[in-house]
Design a protein around this ligand. Structure first.
Ligand code: ADP
Length: 462
């Protein structure tokens, strides 16, 4: 049987360019697919930050990466915009990328069975395949899977920019591109894709509702029969407390006690009291409304009265910078507030913390809870999206579950969940049992890649 041919189209991928979780997926999934026997290739823009030379590179053992080059469009420091906002020519840039991704397949004589598109930047690919390339025999058997990583970002542009897509105005209707008078690239992509997925089963259901659908719930409802959710994994080679070079002492589930050397070191570095018996609560997050920071703000005073240490790493909305700076002034002794992006410090916090907070309002998948598991740090999460699919309440009696959860978006419920997590500090044996258990969980890419392979086969009618 010939190999399954998959072209993975993404606007960012590790190790070349990253602004968010999409880059982790794009850098890992094609490699995992290749290891399973597929001929997977990746296509992405060649930004100024891409260090590789030429128009091609390799990731994994043999996954070819095709860079789409255009100095005017892509040779910039940032990917989508700068401090003044989104780049004014984003529609030109990503329409060009989508056209060129298809042309590149022809140049390379690579006839994909599946083009796996991701987010609005690639949404014109399924549209072009069904319009400009409709009668092109080269793509006669090519199907498209469109994955939504975050529905809140849809690629919205003014109506007068529509001509930049190169498409006929007949498509500017509410069945295709039109969205409240604007051009919506993701909407058209969702209409034309053969199948749609998102990054967790729960988020796949949530986006059909008004609360989470960002105005596209109707479009998604029409396509419900081809919509599914597959949870992301994390890269277990990159996130590994046994080999992580940024942490003080390596540890595994078998040597979990060594985790606390990392805690003491971070306490020392951050000027906190050095004491491994004081619970350390960590949080690493974009400081955005999505992440449930208003709940944290409401409980923080009560929380810090409980004799715990709170360590935060994050950047984002100014209002949260102001809030956490104030908190640092009031509770300086028990808190460490770090308002920046710092990948090294993040690793140290995952290794040092006992408890990790993720009280998100919505969370398509979430990676932090999986990283926390890997480092033996107990997550406290709100039951939404991928958090719901990966974290279950720990039951002291049956010992089932792997973290602490709450459902309603309420500060007192978050506080109660944290208190349940803290109650484990009364019983070290049980706590260590849970720490070891979560370290042994498997959220690596392998399982997710298998599910994607199954989905591709289904789309191809096999
Ligand atoms: P999102 O993509 O919505 O930001 P995810 O949980 O999917 O949320 O991914 C966030 C990733 O970014 C995690 O790996 C987290 O550790 C990391 N991260 C977030 N903020 C920071 C920061 N300030 N410094 C370092 N890493 C961060």
């Amino acid at each position: 049987m010939s190999k399954l041919k998959v072209l993975f189209a993404a606007s960012e991928a590790v190790p070349f360019a990253k602004t968010g979780g999409l880059a982790d997926v794009a850098g890992s999934l094609p490699v995992a697919l290749e290891e399973m026997g597929a001929d997977a290739r990746l296509v992405m823009p060649k930004y100024g930050c891409v260090k590789a030379k030429g128009s091609e590179a390799v990731i994994g053992k043999d996954v070819k990466v095709y860079f789409i080059e255009n100095e005017e469009f892509f040779d910039r420091k940032e990917l989508y915009g700068d401090k003044f906002g989104d780049y004014h020519d984003n529609l030109d840039r990503f329409a060009f990328f989508c056209r060129e991704a298809l042309e590149r397949c022809k140049q390379e004589n690579f006839q994909p069975d599946i083009i796996h598109c991701n987010d609005w930047q690639t949404a014109l690919i399924p549209v072009y395949l069904n319009t400009l390339y409709k009668y092109d025999p080269f793509f006669a058997n090519t199907k498209v899977l469109f994955t939504i990583h975050n529905l809140a970002y849809q690629g919205l542009f003014n109506k007068d920019e529509f001509t930049k897509t190169g498409l006929d105005w007949v498509l500017f209707t509410i069945e295709y591109f039109e969205f409240y008078g604007k051009v919506n690239l993701m909407k058209a992509g969702l209409v034309y894709a053969d199948a749609i997925s998102t990054v967790s089963p729960t988020y796949a259901k949530e986006i059909l509702t008004k609360e989470f659908g960002c105005g596209l719930e109707g479009v998604l409802k029409n396509r419900e029969s081809v919509l599914s959710g597959i949870l992301n994994g994390i890269n277990y080679d990159l996130w590994d407390p046994e080999t992580d070079r940024k942490i003080t002492k390596h540890y595994s589930a078998q040597t979990a006690d060594d985790k606390y050397a990392n805690k003491e070191k971070l306490q020392k570095d951050m000027g906190l009291k050095i004491d491994r018996d004081i619970p350390m609560i960590g949080m690493i997050s974009r400081l955005a409304d999505q992440k449930g920071l208003d709940l944290v703000a409401k409980i923080i005073n009560d929380l810090l009265n409980l004799k715990v240490q709170f360590i935060l790493l994050g950047t984002g909305d100014n209002k949260y910078h102001i809030l956490f700076e104030k908190m640092a002034r009031i509770h300086g002794k028990n808190t460490s507030i770090n308002l920046k992006f710092d990948a090294t410090l993040a690793q140290k916090i995952y290794a040092a913390s006992d408890i990790f907070l993720i009280p998100s309002k919505y969370e398509p998948c979430g990676l932090s809870q999986m990283i926390s598991f890997r480092y033996g740090t107990i997550p406290v999460v709100r039951q939404t999206g991928g958090l719901k699919d990966s974290v279950q309440e720990f039951d002291l009696k049956t010992r089932e579950g792997n973290g602490f959860t709450f459902s309603e978006y309420r500060a007192d419920h978050l506080f109660a969940a944290i208190k349940r997590a803290l109650s484990l500090f009364k019983n070290k044996a049980v706590r260590m049992e849970l720490v070891k258990k979560i370290m042994a969980l498997d959220f690596s890419w392998e399982a997710s890649a298998k599910e994607y392979a199954k989905l591709y086969e289904k789309i191809l009618g096999k």
